[in-house]
Design a protein around this ligand. Sequence first.
Ligand SMILES: Nc1nc2c(c(=O)[nH]1)N[C@H]1C(S)=C(S)[C@@H](COP(=O)(O)O)O[C@H]1N2
Ligand SMILES: [Mo]
Length: 245
Amino acid sequence: MGNSWVGGDQVEEGRPIGRRVLLGTLVLGALGVVTAPALQRGTEAFLGAASGKDPTGLSGLLPNGGGFRYYSVTASVPHQGPADYRLTVGGLVDHPRTYTLADLRALPRTRLVKDVQCVTGWRVADTPFEGVRLSRLLDAAGVRGTARAIRFTCFDGTYTESLTLDQARRPDVLVALRMQDKDIGHDHGGPVRLYVAPMYFYKSAKWLSGITVTDRVEPGYWEKRGYDVDAWVGRSNGRSDERTS
Ligand SMILES: Nc1nc2c(c(=O)[nH]1)N[C@H]1C(S)=C(S)[C@@H](COP(=O)(O)O)O[C@H]1N2
Ligand SMILES: [Mo]
């Protein structure tokens, strides 16, 4: 699957960067040159996204992705499928459990169709997501009285996210198995990603592997790097986008 360069300015998580800066950065990165500290953060974020797809780095929009951009903070992500995918639910619960993909597929599902909004500005209208309500998995696990939050981990080995327990129990928060009415492919975080409909898309952790119930919010990957922990679309991160849910 090839990648195409589409559009003038590329964006990366955190701030827009101009095409010239981006191309310079990619060339330096490809040559293994150590970049200036000022560029380091953007370089890491963008090269991580680009190199997982295409070593030449000229990627961004997913081909046939309907406007979605590919993001990963790691250079590559192992593939997991029906044979080896596992989701563990643990922490402050009475009944920790590990789910296979078949286990998750056997549970009742919810389908939601809403806009997706990335904090860097792009928005995709009317995107169907389908999956098991997170609240269902939490209820099955038996959340203890001291619990206040959830920590999400991913099988890319690096990305993390967080929600308060109240946010996690909303009916528009899914452990998603399908997106755009297809099983979620690897690039979109398949086979299972989180979908937090009312929040910026960085909350929707791809390649979901762990749900840990905790006694406090532990800020996720981007939240440690300046993004709002309470990431309501239109009411956080200094943005005024139309709400998504
Ligand atoms: N594991 C993981 N999940 C992630 C990210 C990531 O880099 N790694 N990026 C987040 C951000 S910032 C966005 S906008 C969306 C992008 O999802 P997509 O690649 O399906 O468009 O995934 C979110 N979830
Ligand atoms: Mo994003």
